[in-house]
Structures are given as C-alpha cells and as structure tokens.
Design a protein around this ligand. Structure first.
Ligand code: FAD
Length: 342
C-alpha cells in the first residue's frame, strides 16, 4: 500500500506594525479558514516582531488554529532580510501547503524573497482563491486539490486562473480589501508555537535609522458611501462638485484612474485594479465609463448608482440604479434635493 502524502496546512503571514495587525491579514485568515476546511487541514498565522504576546488571541478569533510567534528586537520594525530568514526556516521545518501574504508594500517585498529562497513560485496580486483539480493538458496529469490563484492579467482584460504543479508551498499575495472582513468569534482559542530566531550577520546588514510615516489622506476601504468622479467630470475645478456632493451626503471621494492621471485628484483616491478595492454600502460613479480595471475595484459595492451621459456606458451593466444625463445638471439637483430634506 502506498502511504498517502500528508497535505500541509494553510498559512497566512500576519503583518503588524507597532502591535497593530494589518486588516488584510485578518481578511486572509478568513479565506485561509475556508480553504483549510475544504482540504481538511489547519490554519496557521506567522507572526514576527517584538513584544507581540497580546496579538495571538485576536488571530485565534479570526480563524487561526496555530500562531507561530517569532519575537526579537531585530524583527521590529519590519525589514525584509531577517523576516525572510525566519520564515524560510519555518517553512522548511513545517512544509505548509499554501502560504498567503497581503499585497501590501511589506508583503510585496517579503513574499518574493521567501518564494525565491524556497524555489516555490509566487502569484502576485490575486483577487480570488479557491481549491480545485486541474489537468496539465501536455502531460495529461491531473493535480488534485490545488490552489486556484485568480488575478487580472493582460492589463486587466482577462481574469487568469493560475495553478502550480510543482512542490509546496503554493504562494500568493492577495490584494487588500478583496476578501470580506470576517466577524471575530469571541473567545475562540488556539495554540502558540514560539519560534527560535536564528539570524546570521548578513541578515541584519540593513538597519532602519529613521522612520517617517505619511498618513493617507483618505481610507476608502472603510468608507460606507463613496462618490467617485471620472474623466467625465472635465477638470480639476469641476471636481469641486464631486467633493461638494460627497460632503453633503456624508461620503468619501473616490476617482477613476483617468481623473487621477489628469492630476485632478490624488492617487490615494483611485479606485480599481491599480488603486484601492472598495465595497461600500453605496458607490456613486459620476462620469466614469466603467472600464474593467475600474470595476475590479468597486463591483462588490452593495449598491451602485451611475451618472453618465452615454446610455451605452459599460458602468450601467453593473449599476443597480442609473441616471443618463450630464453630471453638471444632475449632481446640483441631487445636492439641492438632499439639502431640502435634511
Ligand atoms: C494596467 C491598467 C490598470 C488600470 N487601473 C485602473 C484603476 O485602478 N482604476 C481605474 O479607474 N482605471 C484603471 N485603468 C484605466 C482604465 O482602463 C480606464 O482608462 C479608466 O478607468 C477610464 O476612466 P474614466 O471612466 O474616468 O474615463 P473615460 O473612459 O474617458 O470615461 C469618461 C466617461 O464620462 C462620461 N461623461 C463625459 N462627460 C460627462 C458629463 N458631463 N456627464 C456625465 N457623464 C459624462 C462619458 O460618457 C464616459 O463614459 C487601468 C488601465 C490599465 C491598462
């Protein structure tokens, strides 16, 4: 009888800064939980830093079974070399099946280093993940229970599904905000495994001398209502109308890339494939055509209202409500109507 190969667990790199866990790590834990349940394995979070003893409980409540905790002053704040060394040692010791990272600046700098040390391959910027079988058409080999790594490709014009046929772990980075934030399960517990930190001199050659943090002007990911302006707004001055509309109805301001590229608004406000992914209760798209790259960042909004003078604009195909008209006429009327009611 041939022994059945043990399937490794599903791991998530837990990003933290100053003891605050990045939202994307919690989003990934919930998807890791689903993938692990499907495979009949466990989830683990990989948490590095210093003075992080209080954090594992939060991770258990978001679906983590085990937390691998590596603590050392040299791991705070994040620098890629020591983090990669600790994580590669850990992967080699435990061989997870799947390893998820957030596609944040930290994840984007760390995951490729880890993948290249492990010769594991990496799919960057995934927007969805699922487990499925796939057949390598060339050899006819069927691979069972593989991670389907789904992401936009060719400038966002197609959605590609990528799978590895080679050795574990299957590694991906996942965009922030594309997976829903789960509800924590209060009181859920798990296991903490303390990881010894063994660093070589070459792992600590880079030192952070000073940190300066520029706070983002807007956090669209947390916004409940977003009024977004596109190229149809026409000018930087006219973007004032979008801001006024947003202020009156208590919304945040978003934008298409065309509006950002025109210099009418800062990139922090860009929604879409190369901007942020949002899922507000209401998204109002003003003068936005609805290109696939824009839709990639907002199509999961609970309700979408589109204002566009072109009745054939693609945005109407995903909008729940549509107004065909000139935004310069429609928006002032909406502002007036709203003001008259409150
Ligand atoms: C790799 C890649 C990544 C990309 N990433 C992003 C991204 O993250 N986010 C993003 O948004 N785009 C992205 N794009 C660009 C995307 O393909 C589109 O070019 C962009 O979304 C178009 O922006 P827009 O709809 O504002 O402009 P347009 O396509 O020019 O549309 C303007 C719309 O305004 C309407 N309009 C004009 N005047 C008025 C008026 N007075 N009243 C009402 N309606 C009016 C027009 O009918 C039209 O539908 C990306 C492209 C590539 C190749």
């Amino acid at each position: 009888m041939v022994a059945k190969k043990r399937i490794g667990n599903v791991w998530v790199f837990i990003e933290q800064d100053g003891g605050r866990i990045a939202e994307v790590s919690l989003e990934l834990l919930s998807r890791a939980r689903e993938l692990a349940d499907q495979l009949g394995v466990e989830t683990a979070g990989v948490l590095l830093g210093d003075r992080c003893d209080g954090l594992p409980q939060q991770l258990f409540e978001y679906g983590c079974d085990t937390v691998f905790l590596a603590q050392d002053p040299r791991l705070d704040p994040f620098t890629p070399l020591p983090y990669a060394k600790v994580i590669v040692d850990l992967v080699e010791a435990h061989r997870p099946n799947i390893f998820l990272f957030g596609a944040t600046p930290v994840g984007r700098s760390l995951a490729p280093r880890v993948a290249s040390c492990l010769l594991a391959g990496l799919t960057a910027d995934c927007t969805d993940l699922r487990i499925d079988d796939f057949e390598d058409k060339a050899s006819g080999t069927v691979f069972k229970n593989k991670l389907m790594q789904i992401r936009p490709a060719f400038g966002g014009n197609i959605i590609a599904t990528i799978a590895n046929s080679w050795q574990d772990p299957q590694m991906v980075t996942v965009r922030e905000g594309v997976m829903p934030m789960p509800e924590p399960e209060a009181g859920r517990t798990g296991k903490v495994v303390k990881v010894p930190v063994e660093l070589r001199d070459e792992d600590t050659v880079a030192r952070i001398v000073e940190r300066s943090k520029a706070e983002k002007a807007v956090n669209l990911r947390a916004a409940q209502i977003i009024v977004s302006g596109g190229y149809g707004v026409g000018s930087a001055e006219n973007f004032g109308l979008i801001r006024e509309f947003a202020e009156v109805i208590g919304a945040d301001v978003g934008a298409s890339r065309a509006a950002v590229d025109a210099g009418w608004i800062d990139h922090d406000h860009q929604v879409g494939q190369t901007g942020v992914t949002v899922r507000p209760r209401l998204y109002i798209a003003c003068g936005i055509s609805g290109a696939v790259q824009h839709r990639a960042g907002m199509s999961e909004s609970a309700e979408i209202l589109a204002i566009n003078r072109d009745p054939d604009a693609p945005i109407f195909s995903i909008a729940h409500y549509g107004i065909v008209g000139d935004l310069n006429e429609v928006i002032p009327k909406m502002i007036k109507a709203y003001r008259s009611r409150v």
